[in-house]
Design a protein around this ligand. Sequence first.
Ligand code: PEP
Ligand code: MN
Length: 297
Amino acid sequence: MSIAGNVGLADLPRICPLISRRVQSGEATETRVVNVGNVHFGEARPVVIAGPCAVESRKQTLAVARAVRAAGADMLRGGAFKPRTSPHDFQGLGVEGLKILREASRETGLPMVTEVMDPRLVETVAEYADMLQIGSRNMQNYPLLVEAGKSGKPVLLKRGMAANLCEWLGAAEYVAKEGNLEIVLCERGIKAFPAGEYTRNVLDLSVIPAVKAETFLPVIVDPSHATGVAEMVEGASRAAIEYGSHGLIIEVACDDGGAARPRCDAAQAIGPATLGRIVSFVDSRTGHRAMRKAHAV
Ligand code: PEP
Ligand code: MN
């Protein structure tokens, strides 16, 4: 007896040949370096992306952007279009938020990644963003993946919260099939026992070496959405680096932004001081402290 639609690792060469280490040969199987401005995913030095969950105002975003720059982050994150459980909750500032992010990116010199949820908005978001984020809820939104692929922009593809490795890599293949191999994968926690009890999701660290075995695409970790608890973010970040993650994407809030308590995901936001410790840890583990300092403005 076999089950329809049931896929396992043995099916990967068929599901995603374009990104498979097992199918490709020679140079094509080496970890791919995905460049976003002056930031390089997939090199020995892990990339630290940080910023607010949502762009709430110009003042808040600029304050957080300056703080994460000072703490040593390489890249800025922030949501202008927010996927919220309730349609009555803050949905993000939309295009106004994109403009604010662009300004914060220009001022700090940090390349910027932001989420796009709607295939019809890929072109607009791509005008402002250096990298397009496909969120967990949209990992299997195939028309969105195709449009992101066509945009030619680097894509940060988050793992669906209930997706196994085959489904996640299958989603990446949709982007690759459009001729866009500028893809970075992001583990952000899965809905597994006991998600929701003492942690928002279950951080699946074991998937990092598994991803690396199956594909040459870089993989990073989001300890913020994985844990949902600010106090857990530092430990989760360290663990992810120990497991071989090519980087981190972390939500940060700061007091002088006029939004000490963010409207979105406040319980998982860390402060700039904690981010600074995480950056120091990343640098100490990889011996790139001097290099990162040299890059600082
Ligand atoms: C986010 O990074 O802003 C976000 C909504 O994350 P996820 O899609 O992983 O839930
Ligand atoms: Mn968030």
